[in-house]
Design a protein. Structure first.
Length: 395
């Protein structure tokens, strides 16, 4: 199975200011497959609510587009600084931002403007970066400090980025009159990475976000966004769905499943029957896992998850596309597969190409598209929205 030495796992957590329905922080990420680059941008609009969101969205969108076109750093930063309106009282731009640009080999460039400093943790210790102040054009009316730093990432390095809603959480409390502050944030991160050296980007960002929200007694005083980038050995997942086009490839499918070293999921009754027959293992149906909309899970020795096929996959596609994966209970078939997607980095998909005539019946619901189209959409969403590395094979 294909695997690279480093996988760049990008995760973030976000919550709006209390009683606001729109977040003034905007997070954007993009994986440029052709260039083997990962772009991460976090913009914080001045204030909160719709106006802040519009300014942060403008900033983040401009940055991602400029960087995707490989525009020189000095040119596009000055363009952005000239474009952003300036607060007439505080003489600062209406949006701060953090830019992280990573090559596939781990070479990383970070640009900071106004947000709390980006942190680098290696082996449980904070690494002090060699930040450089970038000189901006004298044409900019109110120039602000823009910092740039580079480093070569190593396995298990973690980059932590955030808006000031995190670092200033708890402000005004007797025990933290100036907020949580960066020294305390750094200590928190060091303790958690030393305590659990294998902690994932998802769980570390979740812990940081939960502590900041707890500082504000569960009522965020500002928009809060934080995230973690973890340079890690890719965790692998194999998902098989559909019977091979030719029956003579059933044995080949079973061999691929048996030899795969990561987590394994089978989607579809026929797929499960093939693996059961070829590997001589029984299928046990777990009736307690049935839901009103999806059939129950099954069990096969050596397989992590066995589910129904097209209905479950269609549900997963809908959840991924609508950004509503948190609405699906984790104990349902679709919820369990989504959790596997979140917990793994490299997702290897084998799609059987034998047509199931039942799914071609025009009297059936529109959602029952043929399997390969549903899987193409899922693969695209995993790559574009969740920055997973997806490898698809047709059999």
């Amino acid at each position: 199975m294909y695997s690279s030495e480093l996988f760049i796992d990008v995760k973030y957590q976000q919550v709006c200011k209390h009683k606001k329905v729109v977040c003034g922080d905007v997070f954007l990420s993009r994986r440029l497959k052709e260039e083997n680059r990962t772009l991460v941008v976090l913009a914080d609009g001045l204030g909160s609510g719709i106006k802040a969101n519009m300014l942060a969205s403008l900033t983040a969108g401009m940055i991602v587009n400029f960087m995707s076109l490989n525009e020189p750093l000095e040119r596009f930063t000055e363009t952005i600084m000239k474009t952003l309106p300036v607060d007439p009282f505080r003489k600062i731009g209406y949006s701060t931002f953090t830019i992280i640009d990573i090559d596939s080999d781990g070479e990383t460039r970070i640009i900071e403007y106004g947000n709390p400093p980006v942190l680098l943790i290696r082996n449980g210790e904070l690494i002090k970066p060699n930040r450089q102040l970038l000189a901006l054009s004298s044409e900019i009316e109110h120039p602000q400090n823009l910092f740039n730093w580079n480093f070569q990432a190593q396995k298990d390095d973690r980059i932590i980025y955030m808006t000031d809603g995190i670092s200033q959480s708890g402000i005004g409390r007797k025990d933290m009159p100036f907020g949580w502050e960066m020294n305390s944030v750094q200590s928190f991160l060091k303790i958690n990475t030393q305590k659990n050296p294998k902690i994932s980007a998802h769980h570390l960002s979740k812990k940081l976000h939960a502590q900041a929200l707890n500082n504000d007694i569960q009522k965020a005083k500002d928009d809060m966004t934080c995230g973690v980038i973890h340079f890690t050995k890719p965790r692998q997942l194999l998902l098989c769905t559909g019977p091979p086009y030719s029956r003579k490839n059933d044995k080949l499918l079973a061999e691929k499943v048996e030899k795969f070293e990561g987590n394994k999921i089978l989607c579809g009754g026929t797929t499960s029957e093939i693996i059961s027959r070829e590997l001589d293992r029984e299928i046990e149906v777990d009736m307690e896992s049935a839901t009103p909309t999806l059939p129950p899970l099954s069990k096969i020795e050596g397989i992590d998850l066995v589910t129904e096929g097209i209905l479950t996959l269609g549900r997963i596609s809908t959840l991924l596309e609508s950004n509503s994966i948190l609405e699906e209970p984790e104990n349902t078939p679709a919820g369990k597969i989504i959790q596997q997607f979140i917990d793994n980095d490299e997702i290897y998909i084998i799609i059987g190409t034998k047509v199931n005539n039942a799914h071609q019946d025009p009297t059936l619901p529109v959602e029952l598209e043929i399997r390969r189209n549903v899987m193409k959409r899922i693969a695209h969403l995993l790559e574009s929205k969740f920055l997973k590395r997806v490898i698809v094979e047709y059999l």
